[in-house]
Design a protein around this ligand. Structure first.
Ligand code: NCD
Length: 318
């Protein structure tokens, strides 16, 4: 079983076998990335364009590095300096780029669903690098690779996802992935930051951090996404840290070997204690960044193989 889709738009469209195929190939790229010469020609002759309509450090840098290490020609659209500033729509920009015949388009956009819409208008493979509060599939895949390497499996784990769930595409993609892989997800946060309907997602939901952390194998902290808040969601950062910020004392409630994760960027002293985030015995935050490059290489490689396999594959699985 391998991943045969034309685009990577969300975890929602992936089967457990697709997820395993991407993670297994990513293991090879972890090994390659640890060698002095980090280069293959899996994407030689192909063109990858990235378009980020929202700020990004890790995701954008790792997609570009991934493309380059696979031998693609990589171009990062400087969206802030482009005609987008002049009011060109997302679709017009995408059609313009499409006419330059890229093979892979990596897109981040503030509107949920924008990347799906774009994928229906272009000829190349599209990768969702985060759309609004909807999905961020490569983040969930890199988190899964990090968890699998630390815990040896992805099933029968208890994963506490804590904080600003309501605004988080990272949470959404992780919930989908972990549920598909048969792990248990607990959502923990203040009532204002738990999405309406969260109880229908098949997760346990609690507003009590102690209850949420109890016995968890993995503790995944989320950033307070102030840019997506249009009002007061928390009384104060101090109060938030007191109740929901992860520190050594709260972590002691989780399993003794629980790992601490955060997709970055972190607000130290708001959702997580800085010393704990840097504690290499508990925190795998830097591993997540390393796995990000490998997972993105695997995803791009598999999408390129599907492109080469041609319309037969596209027709069957688009
Ligand atoms: C996340 C994102 O942009 O969705 N960051 C990331 O991709 N590493 C989470 C966040 O911004 O808080």
């Amino acid at each position: 079983m391998t991943f045969r889709a034309r685009h990577l738009l969300g975890i929602e469209q992936l089967a457990p076998g697709d997820i395993r195929a991407i993670l297994d190939l990513a293991e090879d790229y972890v090994a390659l990335n640890r060698r002095p010469v980090k280069r293959t020609d899996a994407l030689a002759g192909l063109t990858l364009i990235s378009m980020f309509f929202e700020p990004s450090t890790r995701t954008q840098a790792s997609f570009e590095l991934a493309g380059k290490r696979l031998g693609a020609d990589v171009m990062a659209m400087a969206v802030a300096q482009s005609s987008v500033r002049k009011g060109e729509t997302l679709i017009d920009t995408a059609l313009t780029l499409n006419a330059m015949r890229p093979d892979l388009l990596v897109v981040r956009h503030p509107a949920s669903g924008a990347v799906h819409l774009l994928a229906s208008k272009v000829d190349c493979a599209v990768v969702n690098a985060g759309d609004g509060r909807h999905e961020h599939p490569t983040q969930a895949l890199l988190d899964a690779l990090t968890i699998r390497r630390a815990k040896g499996r992805l099933h029968r784990l208890t994963v506490a996802i804590c904080g600003d769930i309501a605004h988080s595409r990272v949470a959404r993609s992780n919930i989908l992935l972990l549920s598909k892989m048969e792990s248990r997800v607990r959502l923990v946060g203040p009532p204002t930051l738990l999405p309406a309907g969260a109880r229908d997602w098949g997760c346990e939901v609690t507003t009590d951090m102690a209850e949420g952390l109890r016995g968890a194998d993995v503790v995944m902290m989320l950033r307070l996404q102030r840019e997506r808040m249009d009002g007061a969601f928390i009384p104060s950062e101090r109060e938030y840290y007191h109740r929901y910020g992860l520190d050594a004392e709260k972590l002691a409630l989780a399993a003794p070997d629980a790992i601490v994760m955060h997709p970055g960027p972190m607000n130290r002293g708001v959702e997580i204690d800085g010393t704990l985030a840097d504690d290499i015995n508990r925190s795998v935050i830097q591993d997540q960044v390393e796995m990000g490059v490998a997972v993105r290489m695997a995803a791009l490689d598999l999408l390129a193989r599907n492109l080469r396999a041609g319309p037969r594959v596209v027709a069957a699985h688009a």
